[in-house]
Design a protein around this ligand. Structure first.
Ligand code: DUC
Ligand code: ZN
Length: 457
């Protein structure tokens, strides 16, 4: 099937240009002025922005958290993703603690995802235990297209100690791979939780108090010292706070390569959400927590100065009933928020339109940088001849209001209820197939597993 998109504005990481785009089969065949074709379906996209399909490098679909499972699995989650212009998600597969292998983790995640996805998908691999067998499995993972890994400095079921953190980071570096790391100081957080419980402070307003920004910054600092010793680049995932950001800047000033990712919830919301009445704060419980207004402003400024490489979602959704599992004890509230459906439109409305970032930066943050980092550039992340025809036709004039009544998630609330959006997704092409039209999925389950190469950023 061929499509010719006429008169759109193609956005890339380094400019915008009015160009026609010819799609032939799964690929972009040509871009240029005044293109014509005898056998293509011609679509007039004047006034629209054409972005390379958005890439979300941080999702959790069908994940067990706090004795329950996320409301959205790969089926509903990737439907929401493609409706939001995301054509490629990278979810976190995981090894099980207590003798699990990486291979078993990968098989488990393929079972969760294969045949269910409406956008392309891949996995990072969470390494939660390090032993000679795990080490031997790293090249096997690379052959399976997994070139990025995840490490946790918190959560007893997932975290690795500093010795293993160093060993894993160093080994990954030997293979040209890197890890994204969840940075929070586990021990002090546990102690602060003990204090809160002893004092009978059990409501969600205590969640940000037991996971303070200082304990994120401490873990970021420690991670970066360890990665420096290993002489390997590393990524801080879901960066939330100015204090942690300062640690990244200091390491970069000293010559270290450090990547950073933040998420829409840390840009759009502040910690007053935890004090909302009637247990509403539970909806916003996630780790690390949502921070203060000053942190929010720091993160926006960092995006505008190209000091954060990507905005991913950390999508991890729960229903209100699931959040109520922690009614009597905030530490039992399953942590996480939905996000894949509105990442692009929120970043456009509150980033580009507010003058905080440019269109080119939006393209780099949502698409191009992630494609380079996660080893799929230039197949993905750019609109160029030979690239996958993953294209978001974005209408800058469309207006809407976020509401749980209309969203695609299986959650019965939205953390962004009532937020106004300027700009919306008109069409989405996934490898040349029209998957979304007028805000509706017209072809589903087109997604395929993507074997990734190595980081090029
Ligand atoms: N944080 C969350 O809030 N949920 C899932 C994983 C994570 O790190
Ligand atoms: Zn996460």
């Amino acid at each position: 099937m061929k499509y010719l998109l006429k008169n759109g504005t193609v956005v890339s990481g380094n400019g915008t240009e009015m160009l026609d785009v010819l799609i032939d089969g799964e690929k972009i065949a040509e871009t240029g002025k005044n293109l014509s074709s005898d056998d293509a379906v011609v679509l007039d996209v004047s006034g629209k922005l054409l972005f390379p399909g958005f890439i979300d490098g941080h999702t959790h679909f069908d994940l067990e958290v706090a004795k329950t499972v996320t409301a959205d699995d790969f089926e509903s989650g990737t439907r929401a993703a493609i409706l939001g212009g995301t054509t490629f998600v990278i979810d976190y597969a995981s090894q099980d603690k207590g003798g699990g292998t990486l291979k078993e983790g990968l098989e488990k995640w393929h079972q969760k995802a294969d045949g269910k996805c409406s956008c392309d998908y891949s996995f990072h691999m969470s390494v939660v235990e390090w032993n000679p067998e795990t080490e031997r499995e790293i090249p096997e993972m690379i052959r399976e297209g997994i070139t990025s890994f995840k490490l946790y400095m918190t959560y007893p079921a997932m975290m690795v100690n500093d010795r293993d953190l160093y060993k894993i980071i160093k080994t990954l570096g030997e293979y040209g791979c890197f890890a994204g790391v969840h940075c929070e100081n586990s021990g002090v957080i546990d102690a602060l939780i003990d204090e809160a419980k002893k004092e009978g402070r059990l409501g969600p307003e205590n969640h940000p108090l037991v996971r303070p920004a200082e304990m994120e910054a401490e873990a970021v600092h420690r991670l970066l010292v360890i990665a420096d010793q290993a002489k390997v680049p590393v990524m801080v995932v879901h960066l939330t706070s100015e204090k942690a950001f300062q640690e990244i800047l200091a390491a970069r000033d000293a010559g270290q390569k450090v990547y950073a990712e933040t998420c829409p919830q840390y840009l759009m919301l502040d910690d007053s959400v935890y004090s909302r009445p009637d247990f509403e704060g539970a909806k916003y419980v996630c780790a690390p927590p949502i921070r203060k207004k000053e942190d929010q402003e720091c993160l926006w400024k960092a995006l505008g100065e190209d000091l954060i490489q990507t905005v991913a979602t950390d999508q991890c959704s729960f229903t209100w009933e699931q959040k109520n599992l922690g009614r009597d004890d905030f530490t039992k509230i399953p942590g996480g928020l939905p996000g894949v459906e509105t990442r692009g439109t929120l970043l456009y409305t509150y980033g580009v339109r507010e003058g905080r970032i440019t269109l080119e930066q939006m393209c780099r943050l949502l698409s191009e940088n992630a494609a380079r980092l996660y080893g799929v550039y230039p197949e993905k992340g750019v609109i160029l001849p030979g690239s996958d025809a993953d294209i978001v036709v974005f209408d800058p004039e469309k207006e809407s209001v976020i509401s749980a009544g209309t969203h695609a998630y299986r959650t019965d609330y939205s953390p962004y209820e009532g937020f106004v959006l300027h700009g919306g997704i008109s069409k989405v092409f996934l490898r040349g197939q029209l998957a979304v039209e007028d805000g509706k999925i017209v072809k589903e389950k087109l997604g395929k597993y993507i074997y990734r190469g190595k980081n090029q950023l």
